[in-house]
Design a protein around this ligand. Structure first.
Ligand code: UDP
Ligand code: MG
Length: 318
């Protein structure tokens, strides 16, 4: 490998109403990146912000050629924004980072070191989640456990989207066409050589979180159904078990009727069976619906995001 040529990295930042942290983010990024022996670009994707983020980005891209911005036509969600950012990134390595400085840019140096040692993916692993509420910590832990039990492709625990990915990993991810984008899973799909560095995750610097529990619950469901069809298969097993039990019970009733005659009481057991079966059937109908909905979404084949304007990319028209 020719070592004389400087490597380039792309920092990609999804932004949704991030005017409060904007200037601090760029100050910290510039401070950290200028010390490193690489060239860089910062690709910001404005995910339909309603505050001053767009104006700030417009000014920033005019003043610094290393900063580029993709303005989406509305709010598409963080996963779509990151997909857009990755599509526009040109670096030898790509690092997605949150705008709120919860992913400390100071780690980028260490990530690059590991990358130079030959790792294709360097995760930034949170050693503790003390900055999260106990509720979020517990539900997140449970999510990782269930996800990794069900999914064929495990995802590392307590790793957000903050990581370094080599160009070949990024190119592999770009070939994954699904519309429902659970990035944490997609980022892991290509595999390759990986390692992790650890850090203490600080609290959001300014502004407030864009994710409430309902959003997180849907995010988790999306993740699991994107990477596992086990929930539907569960229906087959439960169905089998229930039918087997019903068959045995049927034999018991038949034998009992033959020997002791017709027995009128039985309302309780009947109700239990009817309700139980009805419940199971509704549950799995819902689950099937979930997967059919996903198939419908894929079949419609709508674009993952819509770009309103792309700023700072010379030669690339919108
Ligand atoms: N974000 C986005 N689109 C959204 C919601 C969030 O681009 O619809 C961005 C947000 O600007 C931030 C990152 O995703 O850069 C993480 O969001 P946040 O800090 O609110 O999430 P948390 O850290 O609370 O999980
Ligand atoms: Mg945050």
């Amino acid at each position: 490998m020719v070592m004389s040529e400087k490597k380039s990295i792309s920092i990609v930042v999804p932004m949704y109403n991030e005017e409060a942290v904007f200037h601090t983010l760029f100050r910290v990024l510039e401070e950290t990146l200028s010390k490193l022996d690489v060239t860089y670009e910062v690709i910001c994707v404005d995910d339909g912000s309603r505050d001053k983020t767009r104006e700030l980005l417009l000014a920033k891209t005019q003043q610094d050629p290393r900063v580029k911005a993709v303005l989406l036509s509305r709010n598409f969600g963080k996963e779509a924004a990151m997909t857009a950012a990755i599509d526009y990134a040109t670096g030898d390595a790509v690092i997605p980072i949150d705008a709120d400085l919860q992913d400390p840019p100071e780690l980028i140096g260490q990530m690059i070191e590991k990358w130079r040692e030959g790792f294709d993916v360097v995760y930034a692993k949170r050693v503790s989640r003390m900055s999260d509420t106990p509720m979020k910590r517990n539900t997140a832990g449970l999510f990782y456990r269930i996800f990794n039990m069900l999914s064929e492709i495990p995802i590392p625990e307590n790793v957000g989207d903050y990581r370094l990915m080599d160009r070949r990993v990024v190119d592999a991810i770009k070939r994954l066409p699904e519309k429902d984008r659970f990035m944490k899973g997609l980022f892991c799909w290509p595999g390759f050589n990986n390692t992790s560095i650890e850090f203490e995750r600080p609290e959001r610097l300014e502004g407030e979180t864009k994710f409430n529990y309902w959003k997180l619950w849907n995010f988790a469901l999306n993740g699991i159904t994107s990477f596992s069809s086990f929930p539907v298969r569960l229906g087959v097993y439960l169905g089998l078990i229930v039918s087997a039990v019903a068959f045995i019970y049927g034999v018991v009733i038949m034998v009992k009727t033959l020997f002791t005659g017709v027995d009128v009481p039985g309302y309780a057991s009947l109700m239990i069976v009817v309700l139980f079966m009805g419940g199971i059937q509704l549950f799995f109908l819902g689950l099937l619906g979930e997967y059919i909905g996903r198939i419908y979404k894929e079949v419609k084949n709508r674009p993952i995001y819509m770009v309103d304007k792309a700023l700072g990319f010379d030669g690339k028209s919108v």
